[in-house]
Design a protein around this ligand. Structure first.
Ligand SMILES: Cc1ncc(COP(=O)(O)O)c(C=O)c1O
Length: 377
């Protein structure tokens, strides 16, 4: 019966066709760990913590393996309590996610659809583009200012269709930081029904941990802060992120998130990681020390046309404006055993993003780069 009815219907298509706005998406390109010919490389391409994670977190993760047959706590209650205590926030205004990636996608889905607009800067985090397109929203890309957030440029693009503005602060891939006064000015210029997302994946690398963002989210019902355990806490493999905002915003994300979106092991590891403040302090200090060292090394190579963009995160974006191109440097570093990030697809074909690694990795990648420059001279 069914087949008869279907056969009578003119379909005209022989295989499923994805929606045009889905077909327009360029899938996320992850930081590589291997060379094009399959060699395992020293990975400075994904902004992971070179010190690993807290030993307390790995111990908690191993212990949580004992309960594999049970679903995790769907509300991540203990983790949200621990986050509330650590950051001085209301636990019921926090939602946890499968990495902050999940939450960024949910924010777009919850507040924008066909005919709505989502704005971010040209060198913003690449997931914003996917998150916006996925829900059929129109992507509006603002120009940057010195590779970072330009508040006036963002505000100039706001229309009555704008529903979400994404700002990574510090920004990935450029490492730039937009100060509190500028962020407050951006917020003040946005319509009340537009969600301002402050993506603070690298917030813990700031000297003061960026508390002004939380204050803004506490005071206004259109501000969401997203954070992650993938960076300073070194738990990228477990996929744990969280968002903080007013109850209305958090209720939206809870309505559409996956029910069991953070694993039991992930919740346990994250709670233990929050408890090991020494590891976080040590990671922040390591990053500050070696970021400064790397930046001064790059500055010393300015005669070769290298220009380093000041960074507030755990990586540096270096522009190659001399004889050696970023592409050739990228390939040369790969030959020497280092994988960094080259992002021509994001309009950054003349730059390389290099994660701050261990002392050996930092010294090694700089020596390799110097050797490439010498060979070329
Ligand atoms: C700015 C920014 N936001 C969000 C994320 C996503 O992190 P995760 O999904 O691991 O929490 C990243 C990861 O690189 C990032 O750089």
């Amino acid at each position: 019966m069914h087949s008869h009815r279907l056969a009578a219907m003119p379909r005209g298509m022989t295989s499923p066709i994805a929606k045009p706005w889905i077909n327009a998406i360029h899938a996320y390109t992850p930081g590589k760990a291997k060379s094009d010919d399959g060699r395992v490389l020293i990975k400075l391409s994904a902004n992971e913590n070179p010190l690993g994670c807290s030993p307390d977190a790995s111990a908690a993760l191993v212990e949580a393996r004992g309960t594999l047959a049970r679903y995790p706590d769907p509300a991540s209650n203990n983790l949200r309590d621990a986050l509330g205590k650590t950051y001085g926030l209301e636990a019921d205004q926090i939602v946890c996610g499968t990495g902050s990636d999940e939450l960024l996608n949910l924010i777009a889905m919850g507040y924008a659809g066909a005919g709505d607009e989502i704005i971010y800067i040209r060198y913003g985090f690449s997931v914003y583009d996917i998150a916006a397109r996925k829900c059929a929203a129109t992507v509006v890309v603002a120009p940057d200012k010195d590779y970072g957030t330009d508040v006036d440029a963002l505000l100039a693009l706001v229309t009555d269709k704008t529903r979400v503005v994404f700002v990574a602060n510090p920004n990935n891939p450029t490492g730039t930081y937009c100060n509190d006064a500028e962020i407050a000015r951006l917020h003040a210029g946005l319509p009340a029904d537009c969600v301002m997302v402050l993506d603070q994946a690298y917030g813990e690398y700031l000297d003061d941990d960026g508390p002004a963002a939380f204050d803004l989210a506490r005071k206004h019902d259109n501000v969401l802060i997203t954070r992650t355990f993938s960076k300073i806490f070194g738990l990228a493999a477990e996929r744990i992120g969280w968002a903080y905002g007013q109850p209305g915003l958090i209720a939206t994300l809870n309505r559409i998130r996956a029910p069991f979106n953070v694993t039991a092991a992930g919740q346990a590891a994250a709670i233990a990681a929050l408890g090991d403040t020494e590891f976080v302090t040590q990671s922040r200090a390591h990053n500050a020390q070696w970021r400064e060292w790397m930046a001064s090394e790059f500055a010393a190579l300015s005669n070769h046309g290298l220009k380093v963009i000041p960074s507030w995160a755990n990586f540096l974006m270096v522009m190659f404006e001399g004889k050696l191109s970023a592409e050739d440097a990228y390939k040369g570093l790969m030959d020497a055993g280092y994988i960094v990030r080259w992002l021509p697809g994001q309009g950054l074909g003349s730059g390389l993003r290099i994660t701050i690694g261990s002392e050996d990795e930092n010294r090694g990648v700089m020596a390799a780069l110097r050797a490439i420059l010498e060979r070329q001279a």
